[in-house]
Design a protein around this ligand. Sequence first.
Ligand code: FAD
Ligand code: NAD
Length: 467
Amino acid sequence: MSQFDVTVIGSGPGGYVAAIRCAQLGMKTAIIEKYPVLGGTCLNVGCIPSKALLDSSEHFENAKHNFANHGIIINEPKADLSRMIERKREVVDQTTKGIQFLMDKNKITVFEGVGSFESPTQVKVTKNDGSTETIESKYSIIATGSKPSTLPFITLDKERIITSTEALELKEIPKHLIVIGGGVIGLELGSVYKRLGAEVTVVEFMDKIIPTMDGALSKELNKVLRKQGMKFNLSTGVQSVERNGDTVKVTAKDKKGEEVTFEGDYVLVAVGRKPYTDGLAVEKAGVDLDERGRVKVNEHLQTNVSNIYAIGDVVVGAMLAHKASEEGTLVAELIAGQKPHINYNLIPGVVYTWPEVASVGKTEEQLKAEGVAIKIGNFPMRALGRSRASGDVDGFIKVIADEKTDEILGVHMIGARAADLIAEAVVAMEYRASAEDISRMSHAHPTYAEAMKEAALDATGKRALHF
Ligand code: FAD
Ligand code: NAD
């Protein structure tokens, strides 16, 4: 029987990063992945393919609507969805091959097959052809991720009633895409098909889109996406979804309790994701799950079985690739006897619509609910020279600081390249910077980042210079 110090089950951004860090720390490491391709949800059917399609569709949108304003005259552009999907596959292929390369480089043994516990120290790998191999491991890290969730009354036919996985592989541009759920997936993939010419209607149960982010961001994103032609039905609870030939019908109750129906040719169900432990046989190792099916862990991501850890989407917390990766690193270092730490408050969240939305720290709503005395600085993107030069004038940066100490407690932004700009806020908050600190740092001109300095100036005595 092969013997390992650590066996990682699942090769997503949690699992493969954990494996690399374990190998870097000198441990003999194995990784088990049930699919022939490494990289998990994020690389295969999540972050990377969705961003590839977001970029392609954004180029199309610009060619169609914005080039002429920049003085670029082209023939009417046409969207070739099959090429976009093919390009997306090429991007995924390059990225997943990169993970295989990293496994080889770090001398990590890759097992292809479903991993299932036989005992706390033995994991069985069942290959596609049914053959099995059992390996012995001092430690195991469960990194089996998540799958799309749905609503009890919906039958996903994966043709017209689809999840994000199928939405990344469509063969035609929908005429009318109905999106159930105004969260991250709904808005990102809704944006892709809106830009390519589909009518897009979002049906959201809560009274705002991206409901967990700062309220000012939901409001502004709603406004900008409506301007782009997306339709929103908020406070509307879906009750049934039916397919009849090529037509799908969604029936819902609006906020007045009245029945509303939406007819289209595709329905994207984007109501969240659920932890995935099917086939893992956690019970044979004695590992407990919580009431929502997540692997139960303590603050060190250790399960109730002391040599088994769990990370990423399969445990509590934000379902984000970079959160999974941080946890992978943390567990590897803990096993190696180090004392790592993750500040979960400083894990940024990003929505890759255009403009992008990005956030770190606490929202205004959270801080008010906690009774923290705060001050807020805002700066609109349209007041920047950089924004006018590019034409990307929508959005703002909002800096929330402690009323007394001036420490930055939250930064919420919507605007061009916000996904990259948020890194400045993460650094600032990691070093517990005050708004005054940011307001005194030089920011290159002309950049979108100047809005961060201006918002910090606004937070510290309403001193913004350009607004
Ligand atoms: P996963 O990536 O889900 O990987 C788990 C792996 O374990 C899978 O490969 C699975 O096959 C394997 N596995 C499961 N059970 C077994 C078993 N018993 N044996 C062997 N292998 C097994 N996050 C971001 O931060 N940024 C984004 O832009 C972003 N975009 C997204 C877009 C979409 C459309 C979706 C769906 C998700 C997106 N996410 C994004 C979320 C991100 O993909 C997840 O948070 C991340 O993949 C979680 O990583 P993980 O390692 O925990 O699990
Ligand atoms: P989500 O939690 O972001 O959004 C789900 C939305 O569906 C919520 O707004 C919720 O109120 C709504 N909803 C729930 N039940 C409903 C109902 N019955 N009718 C109408 N609306 C309903 O989930 P998601 O968009 O499916 O994404 C899943 C996960 O994947 C998220 O946790 C997210 O973190 C991750 N993800 C991240 C990114 C990114 O980082 N850019 C991109 C895609 C996905």
